[in-house]
Design a protein around this ligand. Sequence first.
Ligand SMILES: [Fe+2]
Length: 213
Amino acid sequence: MIVQDLKLDYNCDLVVKEILSCRDFFVDIPPYKYWIDLAKKKKIFMVETEDRYDSITIQDKNQVIKKSVRPPQSFYIKSFNSDYQPYSKSKKTDFTKSCWNKQIEDKIIYTKTLIETLPFEYIGLVRVFVLENTFLPTHQDRITSDANSQLGLSLVPTHSGSPLMIYDPNSGKIESVFSNSFLFDDSFLHGIPMVHGLRIDIRIFGKLKNLID
Ligand SMILES: [Fe+2]
């Protein structure tokens, strides 16, 4: 499975409000130059114009190169400690050992309850991506043999008209997903075009019920 719409019914406005109350915890995550270069060489599809790819703040090795378009932001709601840590590292940690971020959980009471009702045997990682007047260049996350760390459930309480775009290598087509809730495998190439306003993606990983053995 690459992507599957879930069409969940939940209070999107309240989730947005709660996530925005956590602004102090947002961390800039400039995209890696590696992905910008691949896109400009036409090796992977682009979610935006070349001009915009040239204008976004990026990360090259450990150095941040500031440009006119701000980078996406992110923070963890459930992880392995309260500090920010790279996705690749978090995804390799035993999901049964994660905990809710103590500094954040009181601010997101509705969102946390909503996440806990989702069809998981256990929830390992909950990471929020915030795009405000920026975009997410095409990339793929770590390819592992562990389906739990690739197939996540996304809650998107607001997208301001910008979909998640995913490349399906079987059909050769790029799918645009506008749903407020869906499953998708982030080891496939994906990105989000310029968000004129706010888009929030809450990515939830763990052991899904009845979907993965
Ligand atoms: Fe990703």
